[in-house]
Design a binder for this molecule. Structure first.
Ligand code: FAD
Ligand code: COM
Length: 519
């Protein structure tokens, strides 16, 4: 066993090591061990899985004076996010936004003529595959050199009991165990084993080795399906989204949803809702699919590229079998608000404990588990949160949609841009950073913003934003709304004009009136 605890690798050195290890199967290699041999304390907790949940939990526990150990099968910390989830998703969504601009202004100003042009998906995937070891290396460097974390990386661990893990021929003990093993893509109803050309978010970035042809079929109507679909579409391919239900149901405001669907359709996306992929044809490599459409008929579509965006299933099987932790019907490990499972001293965090499967929940879950392990009584309620996704745009939402608000309040007031007006959507607002070309030349593409207000208390109960810069605002807006933010308080804030979000000035324009009116 080689212990690198006394070595202080730079990020370049880490990158070199990770590249070599990723080139080979990680399981079965001698693990990368970083353990401080001079520290004789028992570990307070082993974090099984060093993704967002495990890494942030361990860092918090360490910051509180405890001694955590992280074990991960990959040769880097950070987990799925930098390897095949959030980071590539943001690369692809950036590409989609950029290409939408290129296509909208094709042949005008300084933009090249994009007519009939297909952009290489393979090149973009390969760029990501080469580039991702940068974030990987940074995670290892930060964890070891700045956060003083101990870890064993690059080999799969086996759970022995609630205090013991086996990895690379060694046994590790701790007072507590934090399960943070994440989730994996849900399997498809059709067996696609051995069929080349069928991908999910993980296999796309790990295994794509050819240039997909002109037609892409995406299965699913949730975030991953739509986000990746918009990317494929922006590269100039016919993109068909096949979903059993209506797409985008997670966005709880009909007007926002309609704006998005119209804009995606305008970019050429095809939505085949209430439909199902019933067969994948091909001899070793997919060449066509059969789709049962809303009318009940079967349509055949020629394609060499199918993308499955079916959601994820928690990686809970081993913990269930060896420890007997309770899981729900989706396989999510059941935890209380202290993040403790049904087994004393065994905690679980992140995607493993089910929806919402988002970074904030994984990281904060880790932090709450650490606090409880270190003797605090800390309760985490993660159900209310601001949400976001990408189409070709950035989209954010929080709180109640207009319809939900009308069910709950008698006097709902809406402030929005663009306003309803006889010219339809020809108003060049909202205007803001990275939307200005649309504002000047294609006003109906400049985005959509909406505040939903309880007119009696003047409190903001919902907010929706399609465009650029939405996310930056929403992570701060959300706690203020939770604390009862009113139109008057928002109107009192100082806007950095021009800004992508018009919420402050819209509120100020109405705040003077005793009886609130919409606009
Ligand atoms: P993971 O990061 O998956 O970590 C689990 C770790 O456990 C892995 O490193 C794995 O190697 C390790 N492991 C598992 N079993 C073992 C074992 N037996 N031995 C050793 N190690 C083991 N969220 C956002 O907030 N923003 C986004 O933009 C976003 N984009 C996403 C895009 C996609 C395509 C997907 C699929 C998800 C996205 N998410 C996003 C969700 C986010 O990626 C997850 O919520 C987050 O990564 C979960 O962290 P985790 O620590 O629970 O799991
Ligand atoms: C981010 C990974 S890509 S982590 O949450 O910082 O560990």
């Amino acid at each position: 066993m080689v212990n690198i605890n006394q070595d202080h690798w730079t990020t370049s050195r880490w990158e070199q090591e990770i590249r070599v290890r990723l080139g080979e199967a990680t399981d079965g290699q001698a693990p990368l061990v970083n353990i401080n041999a001079d520290d004789t304390r028992e570990f307070d907790a082993i974090f099984l899985g060093g993704g967002a949940g495990g890494r942030f939990g361990a860092a918090y526990l360490r910051a509180m004076g405890g001694r955590p150990l992280i074990i991960d099968r990959w040769p880097f910390l950070g987990g799925s996010c930098p390897h095949h989830a959030c980071v590539p998703h943001h690369v692809f969504s950036d590409v989609a936004a950029q290409l939408m601009l290129e296509r909208t202004f094709s042949g005008r100003l300084w933009f090249q003529d994009m007519q009939g042009k297909m952009v290489s998906i393979r090149e973009i995937v390969e760029m990501f595959r080469r580039g991702r070891t940068g974030p990987h290396a940074f995670m290892n460097f930060q964890s070891k050199e700045q956060l003083d974390l101990e870890f064993v990386l690059g080999s799969r661990a086996r759970i022995v009991d609630a205090h013991t893990l086996a990895v690379g021929g060694q046994i590790y003990h701790a007072n507590n165990l934090v399960l943070s093993t994440g989730a994996s893509p849900k399997p498809f109803t059709i067996d696609t084993q051995g069929m080349e050309g069928v991908f999910n978010y993980a296999s796309l970035v790990d295994t794509l080795e050819y240039e997909p042809g002109p037609t892409v079929v995406v299965v699913g109507g949730g975030k991953t399906a739509i986000e990746y679909g918009c990317f494929f579409n922006a590269t100039g391919r016919r993109t068909i989204i096949v979903s059993r239900h209506q797409p985008l149901t997670m966005i709880n405001d009909a007007e926002t949803r309609a704006y998005l669907l119209e804009r995606m359709a305008e970019q050429g996306m095809e939505f085949w809702a209430n439909a199902e992929l019933t067969a994948i044809e091909g001899d070793g490599r997919v060449n066509a699919v059969a789709i049962r459409t809303i009318s009940g008929g079967i349509k055949k579509v020629e394609t060499d590229f199918v993308f499955l965006g079916l959601g994820e299933r928690p990686n809970s099987q081993e913990a269930q079998e060896t420890l007997g932790v309770e899981v729900d019907t989706n396989g999510a490990v059941k935890v209380d608000t202290r993040m403790q499972t049904s087994i004393p001293n065994v905690y679980a965090v992140g995607d493993l404990v089910g929806s919402p499967m988002e970074m904030f929940k994984a990281r904060k879950g880790g932090m709450y588990a650490a606090r409880n392990i270190m003797g605090e009584e800390a309760h985490y309620h993660f159900k209310k949160y601001p949400d976001f996704m990408h189409t070709h745009y950035e989209v954010c939402w929080l709180g109640l949609g207009e319809e939900q608000a009308r069910e709950r309040y008698r006097n709902v007031v809406v402030l929005k841009l663009p306003p309803d007006n006889p010219d339809g959507q020809s108003v060049a607002l909202p205007a803001g950073d990275r939307m200005m070309l649309y504002v000047m030349m294609k006003p109906h593409l400049s985005g959509f913003q909406k505040l939903v207000i309880d007119g009696d208390t003047r409190r903001i109960v919902g907010a929706f934003h399609v465009g650029c810069g939405a996310k930056d605002g929403f992570q701060y807006l959300a706690p203020m709304v939770r604390n009862g933010l009113t139109v008057d308080e928002l109107g009192e804030m100082d806007e950095l004009f021009l800004n992508p979000s018009y919420f402050i000035q819209l509120c100020r324009l109405r705040a003077g009136s005793k009886v609130l009116r919409g606009m």
